[in-house]
Design a protein around this ligand. Structure first.
Ligand SMILES: C[S@@+](CC[C@H](N)C(=O)[O-])C[C@H]1O[C@@H](n2cnc3c(N)ncnc32)[C@H](O)[C@@H]1O
Length: 261
């Protein structure tokens, strides 16, 4: 089992994929996939998108997934088998700081909610650029954690908790809003930006999606918030849920572009 910061498991990602369904669909469209294409999903997790991409490239194409977590890749192979797309998928256990593919190998590449876990996201974006063919599309989607907003009275605690999350829990907690700059720095052209607002009024769903307990416990252990602050924060969230008035929103940012030809 991997123990790196930000680790999530297959069940978490399957649940999240329902929330992110439209965002995923939009990212496939931005890749402009044609039958027979070779496409890459960087940080593929349990292969939900590789299976989706496999259907789009059809039987004469190839959808490739790469992730450094061997358990995720095992799940991805099982999923591809159960969906009958094993013949046109391929998986690699590898760090995405260096992609084990030749230059100009893929027609298009994508990555979703991975850059926030990378210590050097620009290196990975440049690798995606390198392995994409000229005129090929590159799409990266990430959460804009700075846009997370929760209704309530303990605003100071909210600010401290999620600043701790961006600075200490995530390897790169500001990548969502940095994607445009990273695309510029990588030399990608025809950049387009799409922002997807998410909201929930369900405290349980929110807690699961952001892994709230992990953030709270780590912030408390690091003395970023006091025990009293944590207790009244939790009490307030529970009160809001009991009163059926919990509300939280956040933006997901997706940036796409083309490798110049
Ligand atoms: C939040 S999950 C997203 C998975 C998938 N993209 C999705 O949308 O379902 C992040 C994934 O990135 C992978 N990951 C994080 N850092 C990595 C690295 N340096 N090299 C390869 N994979 C990495 C994790 O193992 C995990 O599967």
């Amino acid at each position: 089992m991997n123990n790196h910061q930000g680790y999530v498991n297959k069940d978490y990602l399957e649940n999240a994929s329902l929330v992110f369904k439209e965002i995923k669909k939009s990212s496939y469209e931005k890749m402009s996939i044609a039958s027979g294409d070779r496409v890459l999903d960087v940080g593929c997790g349990p292969g939900i998108d590789v299976a989706g991409l496999a259907k789009q490239v059809s039987q004469n194409g190839l959808a490739v997934g790469i992730d450094h977590d061997s358990e995720m890749i095992a799940e991805a192979k099982t999923l591809a088998g159960s969906l009958g797309v094993s013949e046109n998928v391929e998986f690699h256990v590898h760090d995405v700081a260096a992609l084990p593919f030749d230059n100009n190998y893929f027609n298009s590449c994508r990555s979703e909610r991975v850059f926030m876990h990378l210590t050097d996201p620009l290196t990975t974006l440049k690798e995606m650029y390198r392995v994409t063919k000229p005129k090929g599309h590159i799409v990266v989607t990430d959460s804009d954690w700075s846009s997370l907003s929760i209704d309530g009275h303990t605003v100071d605690t909210e600010m401290k908790l999620f600043q701790f999350h961006r600075d200490e829990v995530m390897a790169s907690g500001y990548t969502g809003r940095s994607l445009f700059r990273l695309f510029r720095e990588a030399g990608i052209s025809d950049i387009q930006i799409n922002i997807f607002p998410l909201f929930t009024t369900n405290l349980g769903a929110f807690s699961n999606l952001v892994r709230l307990q992990v953030i709270e416990e780590r912030a408390s252990a690091a003395n970023a918030i006091s025990k009293d602050e944590l207790a009244s924060w939790r009490e307030q969230l529970q009160q809001a849920a009991d009163d059926d008035c919990f509300f939280c929103s956040m933006n997901i940012i997706s940036v796409s572009g083309i490798k110049p030809g």
